[in-house]
Write a protein that binds this ligand. Structure first.
Ligand code: SF4
Ligand code: SF4
Length: 463
């Protein structure tokens, strides 16, 4: 049994202007009695450093929203309100609460506990309309997710054989294809274009320390980052791939965009890449209304790994959500009896830890993420009127080590949540999660089962 994969998290605060849900304001009527310093166990209230007779401004970052200080203040001097920046951030997909959760997970690497129960809607779009069956919760997790029970989150990238062939002497004659193992079903997608050097270094270091990979355009991989080449997936432009011969020779995985040439003759493209590298190749395809046909054709033509890309809100070009795209693509390959031979990566709209196992239950082998890491660095994302990612002032001066640890913390928190969900579902291997819809409940299915026939009947009567 392989060694347990462990992510070492460490509390790593980041002093940037990040978003808070609530703003606590101390009014003029404060008498500096200090009672709030005693009632707040999170130390949001402290006396001033220069003049301890006066209270310092409340530290909203650590506030856990328990309202105790508000209730206990003898003068009613504390006021709590929703911050205006919080109201304006994100949009209909990237909800403001996600920013707080991701930033916090990057800070302490812990599974988020809100303490006030879930007060959101019963269902929603995409992954919010999907639940997991946790009925096994008392069995594999009785010893805790980090206890003696072994739960593996490792996944394998590469082309698998449908069956093995042996000669008359029982000798294996099938050629076993190269595969690459990753201990967590998450890789990092292409970083935003305008990141500073320290942010890029942090992403590379974190990918290396977590034993995962980061996809980077080959043209952007300079000598300074070559030491991380073992964890970089160069994204090559087929027209100038020859310029990156040295880089491609050492890569374990390489990625290239699906284009007219690969559509016309995939094997010709693949052979061209094989001459430059023996790496496992990932073909990157944008999700459109014909994505099922494209993935099917690629799988039949021998593609090893297919990376289906949706937009940053998890929508394909035809408006479908990533959850539905994954299910549809997966089931098409299952119908064609070729699903086990290819690896499918999905990206776009994977914004919270639970989206990873949910995507896998729908049929993904693994996921690729980018924006959650940036939000963990304090970046603000605005969906409307068009996508805008704003990095906090001073981020470029933060030591790369601090940012590296925040990425590791975020992945530590996500890994713990994946383990929790797998344990509760009674699944001990991430590979077994793929397409295991017996452990998932889809709102649209139960809605249809419960009310579908009823309303169809009504419509029939009206006719
Ligand atoms: S408890 Fe109220 S009055 Fe006392 S220091 Fe805190 S805010 Fe001021
Ligand atoms: S609301 Fe609770 S956690 Fe927040 S500052 Fe007041 S006492 Fe502390």
């Amino acid at each position: 049994m392989p060694k347990k994969y462990h992510i070492s998290t460490k509390v790593t605060p980041l002093q940037v202007d990040n978003v808070f849900k609530f703003k606590i304001v101390r009014g003029e009527n404060c008498i500096n009695c200090g009672k709030c310093t005693k009632v707040c166990i999170y130390e949001a209230h402290k006396r001033g450093k220069r003049d301890p007779r006066k209270m310092a401004d409340p530290n909203t970052v650590v506030c856990r929203n328990c309202f105790r200080c508000i209730q206990e203040c003898p003068r009613g001097a504390l006021e709590k309100s929703i911050d205006m920046d919080f109201r304006n951030i994100g949009g209909s997909f990237w909800k403001p609460d996600m920013f707080i959760t991701l930033f916090k997970q990057s800070e302490d690497g812990k599974v988020p506990v809100t303490g006030a129960g879930y007060r959101g809607p019963f269902t929603g779009e995409g992954f919010d309309g999907m639940w997991t069956d946790m009925s096994e919760i008392v069995r594999p997790t009785r010893d805790g997710i980090h206890g003696r029970e072994y739960i593996s989150t490792a996944v394998e990238l590469g082309r698998k054989l449908n069956h093995l062939k042996f000669d008359e002497n029982g000798k294996l004659i099938s050629k076993i294809n190269k595969t690459v193992d990753i201990p967590i079903p998450i890789i990092f997608d292409i970083p935003a274009e305008d990141i500073s050097d320290n942010v890029l270094t942090a992403l590379l270091k974190a990918a290396s320390e977590l034993s995962t990979f980061i996809i980077m355009p080959a043209d952007d991989i300079g000598k300074d980052v070559e030491k991380y080449s073992g964890n970089i997936i160069p994204l090559i432009d087929l027209d100038n791939a020859d310029e990156h011969k040295a880089l491609l020779k050492n890569a374990n995985l390489i990625s290239f965009e699906y284009n007219a040439e690969s559509k016309e003759n995939f094997q010709k493209t693949r052979n061209r890449i094989s001459k430059l590298s023996d790496a496992v190749a990932i073909v990157r395809v944008k999700a459109g209304n014909d994505i099922e046909d494209i993935v099917s054709a690629l799988a039949h033509d021998g593609a090893e790994v297919i990376h289906v890309v949706t937009d940053y809100c998890g929508r394909g070009e035809d408006g479908r959500l990533v959850k539905d795209i994954i299910r549809s693509v997966h089931l098409r390959l299952v119908d064609e009896k070729i699903r086990d031979e290819v690896t499918l990566i999905f990206s776009g709209g994977i914004s919270m830890a639970e989206h990873v196992p949910k995507a896998m239950l729908c049929g993904a082998d693994l996921t690729a993420i980018d924006l959650p890491i940036m939000i963990g660095f304090g970046a603000r994302l605005f969906e409307g009127p068009e996508k805008l990612l704003v990095f906090p002032v001073g981020l470029d001066k933060v030591p790369a080590r601090t940012l590296t640890q925040r990425v590791i913390n975020l992945m530590g928190a996500w890994h713990s949540q994946i383990l929790e969900m797998m344990g509760a579902m009674g699944i001990r291997e991430a590979r077994r999660l793929r397409g295991e819809t017996g452990r998932a409940i889809f709102f649209e299915d139960i809605d249809n089962d419960t009310f579908g026939r009823l309303f169809k009947k009504k419509e029939a009567v009206n006719l």
